[in-house]
Design a protein around this ligand. Structure first.
Ligand code: PLP
Length: 447
């Protein structure tokens, strides 16, 4: 049983990430105590299907013995090794090599971070260094996409285009710019792929022209916008934007923090989109949430320019926990699981998930169903004909989240009436069916 004192201790001392501090305190924390496969158990003994894999990160599922063994062995053998002073550890070197082999194109160089936010931050540092090394320091303006999320560090939060991450923080981001999202369901350009791609191409072209091409450094995208509400661009969008960046001489950065490691089917979504970015960022599924780790991939050209620019001097960017050996050992174990069975299982489970969610389209509350693989969302509306959104406040979402919880399902209920799904790739057919059935029950209770 969850003791009241734990709830009180939480209220008094633990500051939660991205939380409404006051209403969270009123409601009291829900404590998870154990998990196995795709099932989590809370302190009251309730078992739930985790339809969101923690925070879209436990791609391998909970309690995977091979991951636990790899971490335990590494903790016993060598729990820490710095990458400073020319030192290193075997798992970090092997993981970098394995990842480079599987990454798109010539993204052959891997810099390890602690998660996604500092991976994005690192790209900004590397990009500035790259242009300075080329003698083009004026290329210091960055562009991203509305509804995008790229973390909540001081600098990366500026590329993020979700209001909650800016309001009240008062940080000037005047060198970071946005173009409208491809958001098909509510796109003023219409819903056809051609119109959406043409609108995004025109918007980026216009933005670069307005800023001056010689001043624009890079354009950031998520292959599927996650935190903005699982917004899937039409096929060809990534390729068109990548080609435009090459034409305009600006770097193209693919943020695969959510989409990487089988979430959309292949190991990286860029492989499906047939795109080779200049930088790629990953985290989450890299270590499946068992321990923290992220990574930045960079192309040969970028790496060589930075290396030549520095010459014999140190490139002054690094963390105490860069390339942590325990995280790297976990990363290697995850990669093996993905390739042995989970990518394939995820593809099958993803098709079942999408078909199940499509079957809910006739529900009076469901306006849109979208996704790819094990990354999906339904968008609830008050009036389907007019696409009238649910009130933009936390209250309705909180109620839906609570009802789903009581029905034995963890989902993400976004503030704008979007319900997000990102289950572990190990889900069985029965677990996917439970996600659909419990969602339908939750929606019926919401009517
Ligand atoms: N980039 C994307 C696309 C993300 O979805 C996230 C987190 O959800 C981040 C970056 C930040 O990652 P982290 O929370 O590990 O710092």
């Amino acid at each position: 049983m969850l003791s009241n004192s734990l709830i009180e201790l939480d209220r008094a001392h633990l500051v939660h990430p991205v939380a409404s501090y006051r209403s969270h305190e009123k409601a009291g924390v829900r404590v998870l105590t154990s998990a196995k496969g795709a099932t989590v158990t809370d302190a009251t003994g309730r078992q739930l299907v985790d339809g969101f894999a923690g925070l879209w990160c436990v791609n391998a599922g909970y309690g995977q013995e091979s991951i636990i063994e790899a971490a335990t062995r590494q903790l016993q053998e060598l729990p820490y090794a710095t990458g400073y002073f020319g030192l290193g550890s075997e798992p970090a070197i092997r993981l970098a090599a394995e990842l480079a082999e599987r990454a798109p194109g010539d993204l052959n160089h891997v810099y390890f971070t602690l998660g996604g936010s500092d991976a994005v931050d690192s790209t900004i540092r590397f990009i500035r260094y790259y242009y300075n090394a080329q003698g083009r320091p004026q290329k210091d303006q960055f562009i991203s996409v509305e509804q995008g999320y790229h973390g909540s560090s001081v600098v990366g939060a500026g590329l993020t285009a979700l209001p909650a991450f800016h309001a009240g923080f008062g940080v000037p981001y005047d060198w970071q710019h946005k173009i409208p999202s491809h958001y098909a369901y509510r796109n003023p350009a219409g819903e056809t792929s051609e119109a959406i791609i043409a609108a995004s191409v025109a918007a980026l072209r216009a933005k670069v022209e307005a800023l001056g091409q010689e001043r624009v450094a890079a354009f950031y995208v998520e292959p599927i916008q996650g935190s903005g509400g699982v917004l899937v661009p039409p096929k060809g969008w990534m390729k068109a934007m990548r080609a435009l960046c090459a034409e305009l001489d600006i770097l193209f950065i693919a943020d695969e923090v959510i989409t990487g490691f089988g979430r959309t089917g292949p190991l990286f979504a860029c492989l499906d989109d047939d795109v080779v970015p200049d930088f790629m960022t990953v985290a989450k599924g890299l270590t499946s949430g068992y321990v923290p780790m992220g990574a930045v991939f960079m192309s040969d050209r970028i790496y060589d320019t930075i290396a030549d620019g520095a010459g014999a001097a140190a490139v002054g960017h690094g963390y105490t926990y860069s390339a942590h050996p325990v995280s790297a050992a976990v990363g290697l174990a995850c990669l093996k699981l993905y390739e042995d069975s989970l990518l394939e299982n995820g593809r099958k489970a993803g098709a079942r998930l999408m078909a199940g969610l499509e079957s809910l389209k006739s529900h009076p509350l469901v306006g849109d169903v979208r996704g790819r693989g094990m990354l999906a969302a339904i968008e609830l509306v008050v009036d389907k004909e007019r696409k009238t959104p649910l009130p933009a406040s936390a209250e309705p979402s909180r109620k839906i989240f609570d009802r789903a919880w009581e029905n034995g399902l963890v989902i993400r209920a976004f503030y704008n009436g979007v319900l997000g799904y990102a289950p572990p790739l190990c889900c069985t057919d029965a677990e996917i069916d439970a996600i659909i059935e419990r969602t339908a029950r939750t929606l019926d209770q919401t009517l």
